[in-house]
Design a protein around this ligand. Sequence first.
Ligand code: NAD
Length: 521
Amino acid sequence: AVYSHRSAWGCFSQFHTHSRLLAVPNTKMFIDGQFVESKTTKWIDLHNPATNEVITRVPESTLDEMNSAVASCKKAFKSWRNTTILTRQQCMFKFQQLIKDNMGRLAQNITTEQGKTLVDAEGDVLRGLQVVEHCCSMTATSLGETLTGIAKDMDTMTIREPLGVCAGITPFNFPAMIPLWMFPIALTCGNTMLVKPSERDPGACMILMELVKEAGFPDGVVNVIHGKHDSVNFICDHPDIKAISFVGSDQAGTYIYERGSKNGKRVQSNMGAKNHGVIMPDASKEMTLNQLVGAAFGAAGQRCMALTTAVFVGEAKEWIPELIEKTKQLKVNAGHEAGADLGPLISPESKNRVCNLIQAGIDEGADVLLDGRNIKVTGYEKGNFVGPSIIHNVKPHMKCYKEEIFGPVLCSLSVDTLDEAIDIINNNPYGNGTAIFTTNGATARKFTNDIDVGQVGVNVPIPVPLPMFSFTGSRGSFRGDTHFYGRQGMQFYTQIKTVTQMWREDDATGGKAAVAMPVMR
Ligand code: NAD
């Protein structure tokens, strides 16, 4: 196959695969406002998950390239921090319109590189776009505080100031939304940002950089480098980088939090999840089952807020056959095919891991009620497909319960009481999201009060807050103090300066200087 798509960030290179001459574009970097071809000798092949054909090669940026990206951020910061927030917002207004205008192109790229369906890929862009829209009204949340007359002729005020150069490290599962959780807020606050997108699907981030340029952001306010561990270590260690935003797995997130913090950086780290949905017998059955199926299997389960664990309370377990029937109606196909509900998983390794976890469930005595391991997708026989799968009678000690599966697999447990359900969830180390399905307000209120999870839905299966709020995963799903986007995002990317000023006419009385501690009364 010869790929004809060419854009500002991709250029053609040729190499041999299976003794055929293929031409695929290399992914470029974005340094100082230019799309730059890497001089590296280390390239990562990026495969379309539906076909496993190589579609681009992603460079591992060299040390020189990474240094020049940080230098560009540092230089741009000097003038960017002194632009007014209104100027920065004007760029955001243009940027948000450009994202809307390029929605189709962004979604196409996400489907090709990441695998999710086109309609889901548009959702990926849209949830990021909402952060950009929020940035257009951040003047209100950026206000400081003032107390006048705190002592005679004296006023104190707090000012929010940018930190400097910030860095963002992002995962594969939301190639547009998660970079957009980061750099728009960092920039609106007056920072500059170095982004290292996932090496598995950086294309959407590169299209966003085209739009950044077109929106009129000055050169250097965002730079993009690529790579794996070396680039992550570089970010954790570089003295000019003041803060790191990370979203991804536990292993990487814990490591980056520790290494970055040790180097004196501010770090926020959003990590893995195991989200439980509690189904009460008084819930609205049809709505609940539809929501469960959508939230468990959408994006092939590759969402950190996927509802992966159903806890049926009492007689609600009688609904499981209907849950299976609804799940069977889902269509698995390549993401760009009409009518596809689930696309492939990101890689053959991912598919293997998911299949092994289903097998572990069987081995440990759970019942696999729907097994998607041997699915065949006509025309895409080489894709990383796993069909929707349901494992019932799962117990908390089982591997399929303890590990984040990150695939289209719903684990189900049944318990007798709401208290038992709450205990199970509160004993799970993760705290990203949870939901309860009920028609009883008192039950819902007890649940929201007693549950120790950062984001709670009542009849809402994936309770990801809009950007006027913050994304508030807790416990094992988060390391840091302040969360992503909303008021907390703005707090993460700013530091407080307190100014105390006295304006008084010189009374010309002379006298002796006071040396006792001023008590400001
Ligand atoms: P990942 O940790 O493999 O990759 C994330 C980033 O870290 C990438 O840029 C990658 O290059 C880098 N990286 C990977 N391994 C590393 C290592 N050992 N050391 C240093 N850096 C490393 O994550 P992923 O597979 O791309 O994404 C899926 C994970 O992200 C899931 O666990 C999911 O729950 C989580 N996630 C969490 C949220 C959230 O908000 N809590 C949102 C989306 C995804």
